[in-house]
Design a protein around this ligand. Structure first.
Ligand SMILES: Nc1ncnc2c1ncn2[C@@H]1O[C@H](COP(=O)(O)OP(=O)(O)OP(=O)(O)O)[C@@H](O)[C@H]1O
Ligand SMILES: [Mg+2]
Length: 123
């Protein structure tokens, strides 16, 4: 199987860094895509612009970390694209800093209460 092609038994961890004020719209889009499980964390970060805007006039000797919202969603293969599309739909403005989505292979998932593992545990 080619890398990135995906298969019926694959699980992925979708990690999105978005603008905090876009969280309500992303949540709504995920709900509409029937994605209900997520972990949300406040974070700081910077991307290509190193956290500076053109308006900044100071000395740039280090990166500027801006407030971001990190969303983690573990999904089975068939939910990877719907999840990505929902995040884009909710988070995209077309401006720099809209965010980034990382998709990582997920080895396993264990529901602590039942001991279920893998795709059934992700649910
Ligand atoms: N290569 C990276 N590694 C880790 N985190 C990243 C990376 N690129 C972006 N991020 C995270 O995503 C956030 C949003 O990045 P951002 O949307 O500004 O990406 P960009 O590459 O600068 O694209 P754009 O030009 O559209 O701004 C960053 O603040 C950072 O938290
Ligand atoms: Mg940027």
């Amino acid at each position: 199987m080619m890398q990135g092609e995906g298969g019926p038994n694959e699980m992925k961890l979708v990690i999105a860094m978005i603008q905090p004020h876009k969280l309500p719209e992303v949540k709504r889009a995920l709900f509409n895509a029937q994605v209900y499980k997520m972990t949300v964390t406040n974070a700081v970060g910077c991307g290509e612009q190193r956290g500076y805007t053109e308006a900044y006039r100071g000395v740039r000797q280090e990166v500027n970390l801006l407030k971001k919202t990190r969303i983690e969603i573990a999904v089975n293969e068939d939910f990877v694209e719907p999840t990505i599309n929902a995040i884009i739909e909710g988070a995209r403005s077309g401006d720099i800093g809209d965010g980034k989505i990382f998709v990582v292979d997920l080895m396993d998932c264990i529901r602590i209460r039942t001991g279920e593992r893998g795709m059934v545990a992700i649910g």
